[in-house]
Design a protein around this ligand. Structure first.
Ligand SMILES: C[S@@+](CC[C@H](N)C(=O)[O-])C[C@H]1O[C@@H](n2cnc3c(N)ncnc32)[C@H](O)[C@@H]1O
Length: 242
């Protein structure tokens, strides 16, 4: 590609990103009325138990709960990056344990807050969500009776990816708030995802996480995935090719 067409392509990308950064955000009152989570007392009890340990609402927590079972049709471990106080990690691990899902659940966090904030991230500077610890997450897991988790403290994948580099995954939950972190985690995990496996980006539909919305739009163009924008705020990326 010559320099001029390269410039045109790059300015189109920049224009797209500027458009996302200024996109309209407003709370949407869904006309859907089916509260599937209320049919599952075990989920409801756990969701109550993790209040104060999660920033994630009932719709997204229930989607994670459901995806643990759906993705168990495909062999692979579960990876979460962005654990904070352990709420969504508990949902993933608890459901996996309850259904006797094969494989491990890896929970990865710096435990010193958000890292790699950059120009795409309108509301983050780095260091947010540092008010947690490995001990408090471990205690929550013990309290809810979960014992199928391995916690990996450190920046992922830079500091802890090597420990699980030989694993294959069928479900990955990325909840890290900012572009560069999300990009690095996706690039690491995608070749290790089994076909049919799902990567879930929390943060995609939220005005404070512009970097993850931009990342989702970047990834949407790939030809080896189906991109689903769930209006609960999740972006789901289903791998279609080996
Ligand atoms: C919004 S919180 C996660 C919320 C959690 N999933 C819940 O249930 O509410 C974002 C977390 O991502 C972590 N984080 C961001 N980038 C990371 C990275 N590259 N490696 C590991 N942890 C990261 C931060 O330390 C922070 O705890």
């Amino acid at each position: 590609m010559d320099n001029q067409s390269d410039d045109v392509r790059l300015s189109a990308i920049e224009a797209g990103k500027a458009r996302i950064a200024s996109a309209h955000h407003d709370q949407l009152l869904s006309v859907s009325t089916f509260h599937a989570w209320q049919l599952e007392p075990a989920f409801m009890e756990l969701f109550q138990r993790i209040q104060g340990h999660t920033l994630v609402d009932v719709m997204r927590c229930h989607e994670l709960w459901s995806l643990v079972a759906e993705s168990s049709k495909i062999a692979g471990d579960i990876l979460e990056v962005g654990v904070w106080k352990g709420g969504t990690g508990c949902i993933l691990a608890s459901r996996a344990q309850m259904i006797g899902r094969k494989g491990d659940v890896f929970l990865c966090d710096t435990f010193r807050g958000v890292v790699k904030a950059g120009p795409h991230d309108a509301s983050y500077v780095g260091g947010e969500h540092a008010d947690t610890s490995i001990d408090s997450v471990n205690q929550l897991l013990i309290d809810v009776g979960v014992h199928n988790c391995i916690i990996l403290p450190g920046i992922f994948p830079d500091e802890t990816g090597a420990i699980i580099a030989s694993r294959r995954f069928s479900l990955c939950h990325i909840d890290v708030d900012v572009y560069e972190s999300g990009r690095g985690i996706f690039d690491w995990v995608w070749p290790r995802m089994a076909p049919g496996g799902v990567v879930v980006f929390d943060d995609y539909g939220f005005s404070v996480c512009t970097g993850i919305t931009i990342l989702g739009e970047d990834l949407r163009a790939r030809d080896d995935l189906v991109f689903i924008h769930n209006l609960n705020g999740h972006a789901l990326l289903v791998k279609t090719k080996a």
